[in-house]
Design a protein around this ligand. Structure first.
Ligand SMILES: Cc1cc2nc3c(=O)[nH]c(=O)nc-3n(C[C@H](O)[C@H](O)[C@H](O)COP(=O)(O)OP(=O)(O)OC[C@H]3O[C@@H](n4cnc5c(N)ncnc54)[C@H](O)[C@@H]3O)c2cc1C
Length: 290
């Protein structure tokens, strides 16, 4: 299986990469970790005439703290996130989610920006970043703009980037005291992609009552979706086991669940409530401790 012929470019600056993109428009694709694009090219489901490798462009990798947020470069690998001590301390959900992606090869090569841009409906980062209220910074020839994840991921394998734009970083607000988040998934036994994955982030008030809940689900619908009924059910309640279970039972409500070769819609609906309860329990325990 060989891809269709293409021209390969390895620009050394972001300006050079953006100039190549605007020159070649829809005939070009950027490549980051190559874990999703190369298989698509080998199956000829993607046949870009020009492939622009971002790996030599400086400042697209790394994790830094800035103005109350964690900023992760788009080309930061899953493995770097998995191993980050800063993230372990500030937002353990991130290394936890990274460690559940694929296998060591995929984690060593694949990037958080590539995963978000690729917008696979079963991918992990879309759910985790949505629950954490993250935004992405996107560079184009006219400058930079900021997008919420819900505005970036618009459908299965579809993002809202213009053909001459590059995702440069992901910005995640660092939550304050009495907050906790956790990610749980049921992985496909071969690829480790989520059959269903749930990211839950809870903010408690001084009395230990849920002030805000953000719960995002991957694998159920055609793209990452907030579980609005779970969020509503929990807000204003103490996160005790009964409340968490009752809320989790509503995970698939309002979501058009797609059955596929991994499971029927009924199976996935049930699985979602089980996985959500696990994620909510761990998020609540972390919030109480913090
Ligand atoms: C065997 C296997 C198992 C996997 N298991 C999982 C899993 O369990 N969970 C999971 O979430 N994912 C999984 N993946 C996917 C993996 O996480 C990929 O790394 C990820 O989807 C794509 O990231 P990448 O850096 O490899 O992107 P690439 O393959 O290089 O690119 C993917 C797409 O994103 C675009 N793109 C990449 N970077 C940018 C950027 N900075 N700006 C704009 N567009 C960009 C490319 O043009 C392309 O369209 C698996 C993949 C494989 C092969």
């Amino acid at each position: 299986m060989y891809p269709a012929p293409f021209e390969y470019y390895a620009p050394n600056t972001i300006a050079e990469a953006l100039s190549l993109l605007s020159q070649h428009g829809a005939d070009a694709k950027v490549i980051a970790g190559s874990q999703s694009l190369v298989p698509l090219m080998k199956f000829r489901l993607a046949t870009p005439a020009h492939v622009i490798d971002l790996r030599k462009v400086p400042n697209l990798t790394g994790i830094r703290e800035e103005g109350g947020a964690l900023v992760i470069g788009a080309l930061t690998t899953h493995r770097t996130i998995e191993r980050s001590e800063t993230l372990r301390k500030k937002l353990p959900i991130l290394p936890e989610a990274a460690s559940a992606i694929g296998d060591p090869q995929v984690r060593n090569q694949g990037t958080i920006g590539g995963s978000l841009a690729h917008a696979d409906p079963s991918a992990d980062w879309p759910a985790v970043t949505t629950a954490l209220d993250a935004t992405v910074t996107v560079a184009g020839r006219g400058g930079e703009r900021t997008l919420k994840i819900s505005d970036l991921i618009v459908g299965p394998l579809t993002n809202s980037l213009n053909v001459d734009e590059i995702l440069v970083s992901v910005r995640i607000p660092i939550p304050g005291a009495k907050s906790g988040s956790a990610y749980e998934k049921e992985p496909h036994p071969a690829s480790r992609f989520a059959i269903v994955g749930v990211a839950a982030a809870l903010q408690l008030d001084g009395k230990g009552v849920v002030q805000q809940a953000r719960v995002a689900v991957t694998g159920l619908g055609s793209k990452v979706t907030r579980a609005g009924y779970v969020e509503q059910a929990l807000t204003g309640k103490a996160p005790d086991p009964a409340a968490l279970k009752a809320a989790a039972a509503r995970t698939a409500e309002g979501i058009e669940v797609r059955g596929d070769n991994l499971g029927s819609a009924a199976y996935k609906t049930h699985l979602a409530s089980v996985i959500a309860e696990r994620a909510l329990r761990r998020a609540a325990a972390r919030a109480v401790e913090r």
